[in-house]
Design a protein around this ligand. Structure first.
Ligand SMILES: NC(=O)c1ccc[n+]([C@@H]2O[C@H](COP(=O)([O-])OP(=O)(O)OC[C@H]3O[C@@H](n4cnc5c(N)ncnc54)[C@H](O)[C@@H]3O)[C@@H](O)[C@H]2O)c1
Length: 147
């Protein structure tokens, strides 16, 4: 068992953050498109990281729960990286709200506040590549990349 970095959104930012914090850990690459997750996992494996790939939809509570179960199978989840999202050039407003706003709230609720448990401990952190601010989430550092 190794400490786990769970990355949802296996695009450019997700992969870059995984490289920075994934050494010596198991890196779970999750994406709406399984082929994107698999390609990212292979790139990181070739760079010496231990990885796995899984499909996950940020906007689906059931999917996030399945991601948590997948990640927990490799060890304790130390870091959560939220780099999934869609921008105005990619999707209409309704889709942006569903994925970036509702999806992020579901992600945090399921990882941190679910009646099923809190899957990240206090000294660990989340990174959100999607929007515009930095927060401290209780004792948990929650970082968001800026535009
Ligand atoms: N690259 C930048 O300069 C920049 C700047 C500001 C904000 N952002 C935002 O940060 C996020 C990550 O940026 P990036 O450059 O890595 O983008 P990217 O497009 O390379 O990666 C985003 C990934 O999110 C996945 N995704 C989309 N909807 C999803 C969903 N519902 N569930 C799971 N995965 C989903 C996509 O398949 C894609 O692989 C995006 O939301 C982007 O809009 C990027």
């Amino acid at each position: 068992m190794k400490d786990v970095v769970a990355v949802i959104g296996a695009g450019g930012i997700g992969q870059a953050v995984a490289r920075r914090i994934g050494a010596g850990k198991h890196v779970v690459l999750a994406d709406l498109r399984i082929e994107t997750a698999q390609a990212a996992a292979k790139i990181l494996e070739n760079a010496g990281f231990e990885t796995s790939a899984t499909q996950a939809d940020l906007a689906s509570r059931e999917s996030i729960r399945a991601l948590i179960e997948h990640a927990r199978g490799f060890g304790p989840i130390r870091n959560l990286v939220n780099a999934a999202g869609v921008s105005p050039s990619q999707a209409p407003v309704a889709a942006i709200l569903k994925v970036d706003l509702y999806g992020t709230s579901v992600l945090l609720a399921e990882f941190l506040m679910s009646s099923r448990g809190r899957w990240i401990t206090g000294s660990d952190f989340l990174i959100d590549g999607g929007t515009t601010a930095s927060y401290f989430y209780g004792d948990l550092q929650y970082l968001k990349a800026t535009h």
